[in-house]
Write a protein that binds this ligand. Structure first.
Ligand SMILES: Nc1nc2c(ncn2[C@@H]2O[C@H](COP(=O)(O)OP(=O)(O)OP(=O)(O)O)[C@@H](O)[C@H]2O)c(=O)[nH]1
Ligand SMILES: [Mg+2]
Ligand SMILES: [Zn+2]
Length: 342
């Protein structure tokens, strides 16, 4: 089908935003017959309305210039979901990647990523990478441990074939986002899944020790069997974007317990209340307690300070610092969100 024919017969052109950088968006047209991508600006009107354009957005395109492969984004279609960190629209599932070695898995960090991913309400798939670096007994120990947390886990290595096919099947027809700490092999895994795709990979020596991030922008890649996969920059300590009262819903262990038995109080926080169905000797209960403390301290601090005495304020910032120290990791939050839109 020729480009001219396409514009005459098919009404407004619809496409998927594949990448965003500064004011430019790369848009892949949804017509399978049309190869290549258009470099687009956002209409001034959308900018005035504060309508942001995210990677993953379905957009309508106008004024195509087929010679220069440029066009204008005329409208953003309604989103089925929107993640803000990273900023991606219409995501179906989150692929969380952790390395079995280099860097060594940290249960607190894994748990923080899991809770943050749960807060999105999207389906979660856990992948343990760099299987070639550790013995199979260690794979099995982590699979068992994560299974007791409520997650099914796929073990992969970019040097072998194990797990790769089942992962591709799992990602088919979906828009998935790959998230995880820096240096765990997210970009390498995408390259393994999509032969021929050029992706920036970090050198092993210059990695997590320095908190260096190799992937800097969000970008969607087309998987060979269908589906889109977004690479994201690794960051080491996600934010827990929830209220303390929502925390319980982000633990499969708690959802499971409450499905069988109710707490005495309907608004039980599962801390020291009597007849609590959740409190107990399960592994991540301690994570729940510490995150709860952190979220409570954060919520109170963001109240207008005039309502607190100086002594109370001091005590609260002490508490919050303590909570932060409990799971301090080098590396910073993703700051690259700012360059996605103006
Ligand atoms: N032995 C081994 N090394 C791997 C494997 N996967 C990735 N690596 C190495 O781990 C390092 C980091 O890989 P990347 O793919 O850049 O990691 P990333 O998660 O994308 O890192 P950021 O973009 O910084 O978040 C590179 O040196 C890779 O070669 C694997 O399966 N086995
Ligand atoms: Mg990367
Ligand atoms: Zn309870």
């Amino acid at each position: 089908m020729s480009h001219a024919h396409l514009t005459e017969t098919s009404g407004p052109l619809q496409g998927t935003v594949i990448a965003a950088q500064a004011n430019y968006y790369r848009v892949q047209l949804n017509h399978p017959q049309v190869p290549g991508q258009l470099l687009c600006l956002r209409r001034g009107r959308l900018k005035k309305q504060g309508q942001q354009v995210f990677v993953g957005d379905q957009v309508l395109i106008a004024e195509p210039d087929w010679g220069a492969m440029r066009a204008v984004i005329d409208a953003v279609l309604p989103r089925t979901s929107a993640l803000t960190r990273p900023a991606i629209a219409n995501v179906d599932q989150i692929l969380l990647v952790f390395a079995l070695q280099d860097p060594e898995p940290d249960p607190w960090q894994i748990s923080r990523f899991l809770v943050t991913a749960e807060a999105s309400g999207l389906e979660i798939t856990v992948v343990l990478s760099k299987a070639d670096l550790v013995k199979p007994e260690i794979h099995q120990a982590w699979i068992t441990r994560l299974s007791s947390w409520g997650y099914r886990t796929t073990v992969v290595s970019v040097l072998g074939d194990g797990g790769i096919d089942s992962l591709l099947t799992h990602l088919k027809h979906q828009l998935s986002v790959i998230c995880g700490p820096s240096g765990v092999g997210k970009s390498s895994l995408i390259q393994r899944l999509i032969p021929g795709q050029e992706i920036r990979i970090g050198a092993v020596s210059e990695h997590w020790h320095k908190g260096k991030h190799t992937t800097r922008h969000v970008e969607l890649f087309r998987l060979p069997g269908g589906g889109l996969l977004a690479d994201t920059p690794g960051f080491n300590q996600p934010d827990l974007p929830i209220l303390a009262s929502e925390l319980g819903g982000c633990f499969p262990e708690i959802r499971g317990r409450l499905a069988h038995q109710a707490c005495q109080f309907h608004n039980c926080q599962h801390l020291s209340e009597p007849d609590c169905a959740v409190r107990g000797a399960w592994e991540r209960y301690e994570h729940y307690q510490i995150y709860h403390q952190e979220l409570t301290a954060r919520a109170t601090i963001s109240m207008p300070t005039a309502t607190l005495s100086q002594k109370q304020t001091q005590r609260l910032s002490q508490l919050s610092r303590k909570a932060q120290r409990r799971h301090q990791h080098q590396g910073s939050q993703a700051i690259w969100l700012d360059d996605l839109d103006d």
